[in-house]
Design a protein around this ligand. Structure first.
Ligand SMILES: *Cc1c(COP(=O)(O)O)cnc(C)c1O
Ligand code: SF4
Length: 337
């Protein structure tokens, strides 16, 4: 579908692919055979959350389609500059719940460990786009205070590697961290929340599979797929490897206007995920973060879509419809009647 330089990257390492991610909106449009005037809301000015998208993900976009659902997740839009009531920089009030450097402990038994602020892709709807990662930055040897916090609290049974995207970390660093975590007796599970298995499937390399296989913690990998067209054969083979290595595979999506706000798309997403050994976990309503209002799906539309999913899918392929609320100690179920 897309030719030229994009084909070459298949032989590059994931690090090279990460480094050569496209950062220029005009270049992206050119690769897709689109004219800037076909995208009137394009924002190509210098941004504090710039475009970033790996070639592997661009390869799955349909050329000459200004409404491609993958393109619309990553292309900066002038609508991000709009101010909307109810939308803030920190809708989950996470900036206040960091108890130790790099730790967010809001839910019982589970802690989030912020490993890095970096991501392979910049999703325009991201709720962490304004997060002060610098304050949580960990240098290579500086897990100390986070690990101490986990060691001291025996009620914690699961550590969730988050970010940013934890799989942007290299295998050596990740292995060191996982070793340290596996040495904490009350921990049972290691969870990795990452969009890399989708946007940069080459990340699932032998080193990573070795880490998943080679430690005593039960490993859960939560991927983040929003649309069935994100799931190509390369993604499928990476997921198959992770599954073979013993990881439990789950998917979370965000309900996004013009991208996946219809039951056909979401039912197909669930079916395709299941073919790749992944069970749907959460379908999140959008977090009300500044700059994302144009992705918002109304409550009425959300419940109509969800009702159709309940009718059409086997129960185990229906993700839980949830919203995050700062005051609740769990993801809040959204009830649909
Ligand atoms: C989402 C989240 C978790 C994990 O919640 P689960 O319901 O177990 O998936 C843990 N801590 C924080 C702060 C979260 O936002
Ligand atoms: S990969 Fe996750 S954390 Fe990174 S920009 Fe996308 S949604 Fe945000």
């Amino acid at each position: 579908m897309i030719t030229g330089s994009i084909d070459l990257v298949q032989t590059e390492s994931w690090q090279q692919q990460l480094a050569s991610a496209v950062r220029c909106p005009r270049q992206l449009l050119q690769m897709l055979g689109l004219e800037p005037k076909q995208m009137p809301s394009l924002d190509s000015d210098e941004l504090d959350f710039p475009l970033r998208v790996p070639l592997s993900y661009i390869r799955r976009m349909t050329s000459k389609d200004p409404l491609d659902p993958l393109l619309l997740q990553v292309l900066p839009s002038k609508e991000e500059r709009e101010v909307h009531p109810g939308f803030t920089d920190d809708p989950l009030q996470e900036m206040a719940s960091g108890v130790a450097r790099g730790i967010i402990h809001k839910y019982q038994g589970r802690v989030l460990l912020i490993t890095t602020g970096a991501c392979a892709v910049h999703c325009r709807y991201c709720f962490r786009r304004h997060f002060p990662y610098q304050q949580h930055q960990q240098s290579a040897v500086q897990w100390d205070s986070a690990l101490d916090y986990i060691r001291r609290d025996a009620t914690i049974s699961e550590v969730i590697l988050s970010g940013g995207d934890p799989l942007v970390m290299g295998n050596a660093r990740l292995a060191r961290l996982v070793d340290l975590l596996a040495g904490i007796p009350h921990l049972r599970r290691l969870r990795i929340h990452s969009r890399l298995p989708i946007v940069l499937p080459a990340r699932i390399d032998q080193g990573l599979l070795g880490i998943v296989r080679g430690n005593r913690l039960k490993c859960v990998v939560v991927i983040h797929g929003n649309h069935p067209r994100e799931l190509d054969t390369e993604v499928a083979s990476g997921l198959r490897e992770l599954h073979r290595a013993g990881a439990t595979l789950l998917n979370q999506s965000v309900l996004l206007r013009r991208i996946n706000d219809d039951a056909d798309t979401l039912c197909e997403l669930s079916e395709s995920l299941h073919n790749m050994n992944v069970l749907p976990y959460y379908l999140h309503l959008l977090d009300r973060v500044n700059g994302s209002a144009h992705y918002n799906v109304t409550a009425l539309t959300s419940s109509n879509i969800y009702r159709q999913m309940l009718q059409r899918l086997p129960g185990y392929l229906v993700p839980k419809l949830v919203r995050e609320t700062p005051d609740f100690p769990y993801k809040t179920p959204v009830f649909v009647t």
